[in-house]
Design a protein around this ligand. Structure first.
Ligand code: NAP
Ligand code: GDD
Length: 319
């Protein structure tokens, strides 16, 4: 039975990836950092099928112990300070977790067993002020937030350990992916949750920042399949994962409100508070390498994603 360690098990992607690996017959070890309140909402429906252990990307010793004790064949490093606006408020913490945390895990692998296959959760946020459209594995990076800068470090240290120590260290450059399990502060979930609240008469408005920002949004359940496929290849590499389509925040609002028979123009209020010091205006992927090499295709369309999220929040609030 192969063993996989997933950091960030309590997050959106950690929960979908764990389900996928359980279905494939893996023993799954999920790493959660210690907190005074347990936050297992996303994993509680299968928590008895995995082993949850304490560990923190800020603590080198905890990572070494984990690898020594559980002897994984694969490590998926999904943990990060992942919310872009917070990275301006806590830039040093973001760098410590999201950048240096990658080095700590790579060092742990190098010391314990350099044959362990490693996946790094890199991000389209690294493209930032995009140097070309669409963005592929060869597009130069121009990050626009401390988070993006930290992810560029995480990407290059992964490539460096691959080249320096011949480690199976792969970087997945994933474009935005969403789901009913997305954190409430990210724009897609903020919108779907607001639509449900407005529809049920609990609130009257939704305050948002830049409605013209464009993202290449896919479904998280499809994207974790790509992570797994990357670690099944003969060689480590970098892969861009996205849909190849882009949509604005405004379009997301239009479809989400219309799905509940509402007109977004009556409820959405622009609020400068949600503008960013530097914005990523347009992201759109060129996932042709992943299509060819991994035979990976997203299954859920943009419209299906939006309506799935609204339906899920409506059902949750009605319960
Ligand atoms: P998420 O829901 O925010 O989950 C982040 C996870 O990291 C949580 O489990 C969090 O634990 C954990 N974490 C934070 N700091 C930690 C630390 N110091 N030590 C150990 N764990 C820590 O993020 P996600 O959307 O699932 O994304 C997964 C990864 O992919 C992240 O690295 C993210 O940056 C990257 N990524 C995401 C997207 C996307 O669109 N979702 C796109 C590209 C890349 P708590 O629950 O305790 O906070
Ligand atoms: N969060 C948020 N809240 N974003 C808003 C709002 C708002 O009220 N109004 C407009 N936006 C715009 C932001 O300015 C941004 O351009 C876009 O919506 C998407 O914002 P987020 O959903 O917060 O995601 P992100 O693109 O900044 O970051 C996510 O995707 C990255 C991949 O590109 C995160 O998951 C990152 O961890 C990930 O790496």
């Amino acid at each position: 039975m192969p063993t996989a360690i997933i950091t960030g098990i309590t997050g959106q992607d950690g929960s979908y990836l764990a389900e996928l690996l359980l279905n494939k017959g893996y023993r799954v070890i999920g790493v959660a950092r210690r907190s005074s309140t347990v936050n297992y909402e996303r994993i509680e429906h299968f928590v008895d099928d995995i082993t949850v252990v304490q560990g923190d990307l800020q603590d080198q010793g905890s990572l070494l112990s984990l690898l020594e004790e559980y002897k994984p064949t694969e490590v998926y490093n999904l943990a990060a300070q992942s919310f872009v606006p917070t990275s301006w408020n806590q830039p040093a913490l973001t760098g410590d977790v999201t950048a240096l945390g990658v080095t700590r895990m790579l060092e742990a692998i190098r010391f314990v067993n350099s044959k362990i296959r490693f996946y790094q959760a890199s991000s389209s946020e690294m493209f930032g002020k995009v140097m070309e459209v669409p963005q592929s594995e060869d597009t130069p990076f121009y990050p626009r937030s401390p988070y993006g800068v930290a992810k560029v470090y995480g990407h290059w240290i992964t490539v460096n350990y691959r080249e320096s120590f011949d480690m199976f260290a792969t970087s997945g450059i994933l474009f935005n992916h969403e789901s009913p399990r997305r954190g409430m502060e990210f724009v897609t979930r903020k919108i779907s949750n607001a639509v449900a609240n407005i529809k049920l008469g609990k609130t009257k408005e939704l305050r948002l920042g830049n409605l013209e920002a464009q993202r290449d949004w896919g479904f998280a359940g499809d994207y974790v399949e790509a992570m797994w496929l990357m670690l099944q290849q003969d060689h480590p590499d970098n892969y861009v994962i996205g849909t190849g389509e882009t949509h604005s925040v405004r379009e997301f609002c239009e479809i989400a409100f219309a799905h509940a028979d509402l007109d977004y123009k009556e409820f959405v209020v622009m609020d400068e508070k949600f503008y960013r010091p530097a914005e990523v205006d347009l992201l759109i992927s060129d996932p042709s390498k992943a299509r060819m090499a991994l035979k990976w295709e997203p299954a859920v369309s943009f419209k299906e994603l939006v309506t799935m999220m609204v339906d899920s929040d409506l059902a949750r609030l009605k319960r």
